[in-house]
Write a protein of this length. Sequence first.
Length: 509
Amino acid sequence: MKKPEDMILVIFGATGDLAYRKLIPALFALDCRNMLPEKFSILGVGRSDQDDNVFRSRMEEGINKFADKPESASTESLDRFITKLSYFRMDMKSAEDYLSLKNHLEDIKNRSENGRNILFYLAMPPAMFSVISDGLGESGLSRSEEGFRRLIIEKPFGSDLESGRELNRILHRSFEENQLYRIDHYLGKETVQNLLVMRFGNGVFEPLWNRNYVHHVEITSAESIGMEGRGDYYESSGALRDMLQNHLMQVVGLVAMEPPSSMEPDSIRNETMKVFQSLRPLSEEDVPRQVIRGQYISSEIGGKVIPGYREENEVDPSSRTETFVAMKFYIDNWRWGNVPFYVRTGKMLPTKVTEVVIHFHPTPHKLFKDNDTCNSCNQLIIRIQPDEGILLKIGMKEPGAGFNVRSVNMDFHYADLTDIHLPSAYERLLFDAMKGDSTLFSRADAVEAAWKFVAPVQKVWSSDPEQKIYGYPAGTWGPEIAHKLIEGSKTGWRFPCDNLTGNETYCEL
């Protein structure tokens, strides 16, 4: 694989947890696999007063704790990588400091003959996105006639439609859209990307991928943890903003898109954008019927008392912030007309799992009338995490007399490919940004379209205090009423295990 061009990676907020736990360990893993540019420098930018050695020591600690090290990793390779790191102290609200940063980058370029290309990474709170973008623009750092300038932005991309549009407007003051890489680590997962290959690289699936054969589509992203010290952040976010509007809608786009004309980034992103444009708008009357919000309450799990959300640190005791959301919606186009899509996400659920389930129509004529157990057994399950893989559930005859039908599994696990490295999401996305491949990054119009879709939900929840928020005991699969969303199916939501092929239970309607 061809390496990216020589460049400097500038990380704003380099002393924070994201750089320590994710970015620098991912870059070291790329370096061990010989996937970084030949000439590559990492400049950490922060407000704290420290020198290069202190910064390097801290990042080395993060690598030893969190890096996915290949067998080729050694003390020598780590020592060599650490020399690529340096630190620059600045006040990110100071115009003068951006000019100092520009001069510092010019010095690096002169010393190392590397700096024609610069990739900026905003590992910062969202409030700083516009400040840093304007600072880079006003200092001239966002433009170059001799090389590229790119900007990576972490989510959230606004908090609603208005703020999302405003953020795009501000970013575009200093950067062109093709310079912007809005990172969503969900899209960096290998199994999310494999959706494209599975659908468009095999003749067996695509003919069935439509309203004629699909009964409904179900997407789940569950977390088994609570706030873990992030109560203050979550109070201003909630499950709708934190997960559904970005992560899950991007997965919906890949599941429902039409075949692209090529694998070029804009060709793929054009098709996902068409999906967002085809989403049937939710009216304010639809919201109570099609969207369920919940909040976990205290329960006992394994003999341990788990506090409810309102009992977490930095959470309002009367909070109405949702920790669970389930939604039913439709995509109004020829492929998916009247096929319901169901998405759900939540905190403090029984397990950490993300998966897509394609539920196919049952057979039009029931030959085996005495065996209704397999009426809806045809499912394709695409497991994004954990135990990544693909599972096809079909009906087969049990041995013995008669025609007793049982659901059986045909499965593939990525873990079976023991000789192939599965890169972390940040490894893949950092590498793509360095290469200039924007396929797995969100585009401005898609961000705004997703905010537009959830806007009626936000409006109803914020303006109508009578809108219900349902409690669910920590460690369960959300409010009981959420199970009633799925209509016309005897199985309801699939309740998965950590193991892709493990026994799951269903909520009977």
